[in-house]
Every structure is written in structure tokens, then in C-alpha cells.
Design a protein around this ligand. Structure first.
Ligand code: URA
Length: 243
């Protein structure tokens, strides 16, 4: 048994607070009876209606966190018939990725059918931190790091301040492993930032997206987001009518 407002929120119909308001104002029925008690517990067999419309599990929002493998396209369909990130998720819902990772980039990507959240997260002003680990062909010099941190010009645009940490240097093979945290999402941004200082990215993985990381997942695995994780994402994009 779950509290009514929690069930309404879990299915994505309203935030917990909105659900409480709906209940208190008499807009919610359980098994055809108006319920105004906030603590009311319901089971999966109870029929819940909001303004006489039955809650349908199948049209509730879904949110997934996928550990994207290489060789998969970050879109819902591919004209060339290549595998997409959506193909990796077992759902009947029409979900799509939030933002993109390149075909050869691995790591964290979110998918949902919640257009509102997807749009807000994709807005440049949303300032969502994304952390990448890049294997770079070359050894970074101090001035390279400073340039990357302060912003470099890519496609005529100066990138915003970034966090840059050199994690490892392989002097023999002349490669570096660099952690890059940015909150913009220009196309191929990380690769182009390194290109701007004359270095090629050999491998790229996104390890973190906002409050989320890949803990417990293997390449190709996915999991649904917890409601509290979705709420956190909403709070990060400052939406007052949030989940
Ligand atoms: N930056 C890139 O260059 N590629 C990605 O896939 C993501 C960020």
C-alpha cells in the first residue's frame, strides 16, 4: 500500500505537492469515491481518477539512465538502420534521449518521454554539469589546461569556463587522460575543445550528468531513474511546477 499522493507522483501526473492539492481540493477519486484525506493508502488494484480521468500507468512518464556503448546512435531512429539508444531500452513508450553523445562516445545518457524535462535540461541556461573522461593523443601543457579552463574558440564561439583535471599522463605513448566538466552542450564540444588546442580525442566517456553517474551499471545496462532523482533534475532546472 502506498500513499495516494505518492502514487499520483510516481506515475508522473503531478509533483507530490500538486498531488496533495488535487486531493485536498476534491479532484481525486479512488474506486469512484472522492478522497480528500492526504494519508490515504492505495494498492495497485485501486482505480484512481483525477478529474474523472483514470490514471493510466502506460501514459505516465518514464525516465531511464543508460550506459551507452560505442557504435550506437543517440536518437530514436536512424535512417541508416543503425542501432539507437532507444533500441537498448525495453519499453512500449515513445522515449527519446535527452541531448546526444557521439556514435563513438560511451557513458551516461538519459532517456524519457517527458518533453518538459527534456526541453528544460537541453536549454543552454539550464547549466547542467556534465563530466567527461577523455583520452587525448598528446601530453597537455600547463598553458593548454589554462586555455581549456578559461574557454577556447570552437566554431566562432568561446566556450564557457570548464573544470579540467589531468588524471594521468602516459609519457611513453604520449597520451593523457583528462577529466572535463562543462555545462554547455555544443555539438562535439569536448572533441572540439581539444582540437582548438591542437589535440585529438582518442576516446570519450561521459561519467556524470548533473547528480547522476554510472554506479552499478555495465556498458549497455540501464535503469529507471528514482523519483527523487527526477525531482532533483527538476529542481536543477528550477521548475516550480516540478515532478
Ligand atoms: N563532446 C563530444 O565531443 N562528444 C560527445 O559525445 C559529447 C561531448
Amino acid at each position: 500500500m502506498e500513499r495516494l499522493q505518492k502514487v499520483i507522483a510516481n506515475y508522473g501526473y503531478a509533483s507530490r505537492r500538486e498531488a496533495e492539492k488535487l486531493i485536498a481540493s476534491g479532484q481525486v477519486k479512488v474506486n469512484d469515491v472522492v478522497v480528500r484525506e492526504l494519508g490515504t493508502k492505495v494498492s495497485s488494484s485501486d482505480i484512481i481518477q483525477i478529474n474523472n480521468v483514470q490514471i493510466d500507468k502506460n501514459i505516465g512518464y518514464e525516465y531511464y539512465l543508460l550506459y551507452k556503448p560505442r557504435g550506437v546512435i543517440s536518437s530514436s531512429k536512424d535512417e541508416k538502420g543503425r542501432k539507437t539508444v532507444v533500441d537498448l531500452i525495453d519499453t512500449e513508450s515513445r522515449i527519446y534521449p535527452i541531448g546526444r553523445l557521439d556514435y563513438d562516445t560511451t557513458g551516461i545518457i538519459l532517456l524519457t518521454n517527458d518533453g518538459n524535462l527534456a526541453n528544460m535540461l537541453s536549454l543552454p541556461k539550464s547549466n547542467i554539469d556534465k563530466t567527461y573522461i577523455a583520452k587525448v593523443d598528446g601530453i597537455l601543457k600547463k598553458e593548454d589546461i589554462i586555455k581549456l579552463k578559461n574557454g577556447v574558440i570552437i566554431d566562432g564561439y568561446k566556450t564557457k569556463k570548464a573544470k579540467i583535471k589531468v588524471k594521468k599522463i602516459d609519457k611513453k605513448n604520449k597520451t593523457s587522460i583528462v577529466e572535463v566538466t562543462i555545462h554547455e552542450g555544443k555539438n562535439h564540444q569536448v572533441k572540439k575543445m581539444f582540437e582548438a588546442i591542437g589535440l585529438k580525442v582518442l576516446k570519450l566517456k561521459r561519467e556524470k550528468y548533473a547528480n547522476l553517474d554510472l554506479t552499478g551499471l555495465k556498458v549497455g545496462d540501464y535503469r529507471p531513474l528514482l523519483i527523487k532523482e527526477v525531482k532533483k533534475l527538476y529542481s536543477l532546472v528550477n521548475n516550480k511546477n516540478s515532478y
